[in-house]
Write a protein that binds this ligand. Structure first.
Ligand code: ADP
Length: 171
């Protein structure tokens, strides 16, 4: 498994699964959620309506509809400030873990993550990046043989976020 860092609009990626930074309703919101729903078309919202929302730290999977990606994995990150810093960190970790598990259950080979919780939900970017990378690395240390995933893409939306991801990846 390799971790790649790419600066792009996540909806353009032609891969097995893209992750959506959704909210508890799964019925659409701002930021990357809005961009994904717009690009996927109204059928995505129809499927999301059948899912009965999603707990913070959990994830649910749908088809990708008009997106080039086959699946969308909707995860709900913590709103920073609504939890203790440690609880927020554990919830963010759980978002990455649950998303990877769902990707594996659906035999995905590639999955792309946006920077969950670091937009409107205000999770500090550097810590969020560290949590993301550590959780992904730990997951593959435990599941390398069983996992179908061979590529994880960390998607940044501006140059600052890209350089942050690149520097944490280098360790
Ligand atoms: P949250 O509510 O979890 O904080 P946001 O959508 O507000 O989610 O932000 C999450 C991250 O997604 C931010 O770092 C933002 O820059 C990034 N982002 C926004 N639009 C896109 C996009 N089209 N592709 C990839 N990342 C995006």
């Amino acid at each position: 498994m390799t971790i790649k860092s790419i600066q792009t609009d996540i909806t353009t990626l032609q891969i097995d699964a893209i992750v959506n930074a959704a909210n508890n309703t799964l019925l659409g919101g701002g930021g990357v959620d809005d961009v994904i729903h717009s690009a996927a078309g109204p059928e995505l919202l129809e499927e999301c309506r059948t899912l009965n929302g999603c707990e913070t730290g959990d994830a649910k999977i749908t088809k990708g509809y008009d997106l080039p990606a086959k699946y969308v994995i909707h995860t709900v990150g913590p709103i920073y400030g609504q939890y203790s810093p440690n609880e927020a960190k554990n919830l963010l970790e759980s978002c990455y873990l649950r998303s990877l598990q769902l990707a594996d259950e659906n035999k995905c080979k590639s999955i792309a993550f946006p920077a969950v919780s670091t937009g409107v939900y205000m999770f500090p970017k550097e810590e969020a990046t560290r949590v993301a990378i550590k959780t992904i690395r730990d997951y593959f240390q435990d599941n390398e043989i069983a996992s179908t995933i061979d590529e994880v893409i960390l998607v940044s939306f501006n140059e600052y976020d890209k350089s942050l991801i690149d520097s944490v990846l280098k360790g």
